[in-house]
Design a protein around this ligand. Sequence first.
Ligand code: GDP
Length: 328
Amino acid sequence: MPRAFITGITGQDGLYLSELLLRKGYEVFGLLRGQNNPKAQLVREAVPGVRLLTGDLADLSSLLRALRAAQPDEIYNLGAISYVAYSWENADLTTDVTGKGVLNMLEAARLYAGDDLSRVRFYQASSSEMFGKVQEVPQRETTLLWPRSPYGVAKVYGHYMTINYRESYGLHASSGILFNHESPRRGPEFVTRKVSQAVARIALGLQDELVLGNLEAKRDWGFAGDYVDAMWRMLQQPEGDEYVVATGQTHSIRDLLDVAFGYVGIDDWSSLVSQDEQFMRPAEVDLLLGDATKARERLGWTPTVAFPDLVAMMIEYDLAEQRKLAGL
Ligand code: GDP
């Protein structure tokens, strides 16, 4: 039975990846941070088969201990402080966890594997935020990186450190440059979920306005359930490598609002949405659009959920959840 070790187990991707690997017959170990982490319960309920271990990306020896307990064949490093807006307010912490945490995880993997590095494969969750002020459209694996937030800069560090462990030690290490990926499990601080929750509440008469930041930014949004499959495929290749994972379609926040409000029968949302400075960023990533040709050709990976279906999936989930919460 293959064994997988996942950091960031409580996040959207950790949960989808666990489900995928359990379906494939893996034994799955998830790393939880902190003492008595309240999210442990969420993981136990969502994916009961996962075995939880404690450790912190900022603490190398805790990672090594967890790896020795789990004895994994595959390590998926999904853990990070992942919210871009928050990363300006906590740049130091973001650098430690999202950046240096990758070095800690790589080094723990190397020490755990000992004389035989081939016993373990490593996946690093790189991000389209590394493209930032984009130097090429669409963005591909070779596009010059130009991050625009402490989060993006930290991800660039992790990306190159992963490449360095492959080139320096021969570790089977891959980076997935994943473009924004969403689902009903997305945290409500991200714009898609903020919109799907608000639209559901407005449709149910529980809320009357939605306050957002920049409506002109464009993102290449895909379904998280599809994207974790690309992660697994990367680790099944003979060699580690870098891959862009994206849909190849981009939409503005305005398009998102059109589709989301349209889904509940509201064609003109202008009186329901306002903008506020507090949701604007010191530097914006204006346009993300990925070219996933390499992932398609080498991994046989293609996205299966189109943008309107993704939005509909999230709103349906939020309609049911909000009805339940409101006792409707
Ligand atoms: P990101 O691409 O990882 O930063 O994902 P987000 O979902 O947080 O943001 C996507 C885009 O939506 C960014 O360009 C934000 O500036 C824009 N945006 C506009 N209004 C909001 C808002 O109220 N919350 C968030 N999170 N993003 C917003």
